[in-house]
Design a protein around this ligand. Structure first.
Ligand SMILES: Nc1nc2c(ncn2[C@@H]2O[C@H](COP(=O)(O)OP(=O)(O)OP(=O)(O)O)[C@@H](O)[C@H]2O)c(=O)[nH]1
Ligand SMILES: [Mg+2]
Length: 289
């Protein structure tokens, strides 16, 4: 399964034409490329340190060592598998506006419906009038149920209703859409904390994945915003979207280090099927060409 729609010029592209083996110049160039690819200074330093002890290493062996190092860094943050064993289970989607939360919910609804799960969508983004409409379209397309209230309603009340509807209707999975923007950031963080509390109160013992959606095209800037969410919402996984729209994508490497949370899914387009499970090694292989 291709991660990237177009073949991109990888981190090592052309590097070996200029350098025949690992030496200080090679390491300097590699560090710069990793930083330019949005991998972050920490990741770049870790990779360079790992190779510094391998002076004289050549060709494919260098590539493999780099792939191993980057994979290990990403795997430190934990396993990418979704934990949704209970009936019902919950996915709470959080992240700043425009990153792809609602679209990812549509993709997930399709994926889980195809696995035979009864999916219920919860329109807890009541801040924008169009938000519930957009989610309603995805519900129709995927055959999922939806719980929604009017614009400006209390998101907590929508989540409360969705949790109880899931119990009453025997749903397997509740996927909650949340606002990416409120009147101020503190309100937003407080609200997310409140929503997670409602879920654990109404569905005690239910598996709950809190997925933070990050737009890969925003690189390191997106990561700074993400840190605030990760702190407030008890995030269990990252969805890295719009990988099809960037030639970089290296931000996946620094997520593990900065947030300590595993990337679980990647978005590679706007369509309903453009979602992939994340595999650290596959990702590192695709990046280090
Ligand atoms: N190319 C590409 N576009 C994407 C991807 N995921 C989402 N989008 C697009 O990004 C835009 C914003 O997506 P939404 O799902 O509305 O984002 P959101 O986070 O729900 O935004 P708010 O509701 O405003 O907070 C839409 O045009 C989507 O089609 C992806 O993986 N690749
Ligand atoms: Mg949305």
């Amino acid at each position: 399964m291709a991660l990237f729609k177009e073949k991109k010029k990888g981190l090592l592209g052309g590097l070996f034409a200029a350098f025949s083996r690992v030496d200080e110049d090679f390491l300097e160039e590699l560090e710069e490329r990793l930083i330019l690819a949005d991998a972050g200074v920490e990741t770049a330093e870790t990779a360079v340190e790992a190779l510094r002890h391998e002076k004289g290493l050549k060709g494919e062996a260098v590539r493999q060592k780099l792939v191993d190092t980057l994979t290990a860094e990403m795997e430190k943050a934990g396993a990418p598998a979704m934990r949704l064993e209970t009936k019902p289970s919950v996915i709470l989607m959080v992240g700043v506006n425009g990153v792809g939360k609602t679209t990812t919910i549509g993709k997930l609804a399709k994926m889980y419906a195809a696995q035979g799960k009864k999916v219920l969508l919860c329109a807890a983004d009541t801040f924008r009038a169009a938000a519930a409409e957009q989610l309603g379209i995805w519900a129709e397309r995927t055959g999922a149920d939806i719980v929604r209230h009017g614009e400006g309603g209390d998101p907590g009340a929508v989540v409360f209703d969705a949790c109880n509807a899931a119990k009453a209707r025997g749903a397997d999975l509740v996927i909650v859409d949340t606002a990416g923007r409120l009147h101020n950031k503190q309100n937003l963080m407080n609200e997310l904390t409140k929503l997670t509390k409602i879920v654990s109160r109404e569905l005690p013992g239910a598996d709950c994945e809190i997925l933070l959606v990050l737009d890969a095209t925003t690189g390191q800037n997106g990561l700074i915003q993400a840190e605030q969410f990760a702190g407030a919402a008890g995030v269990t996984g990252i969805v890295l979207t719009k990988l099809d729209g960037t030639a970089k994508g290296g931000v996946a490497f620094s997520i593990a280090q900065r947030l300590g949370v595993p990337v679980k899914l990647v978005g590679v387009g706007e369509g309903a099927d453009d979602l992939r499970p994340f595999d650290a090694r596959e990702f590192a292989e695709a990046m280090v060409q």
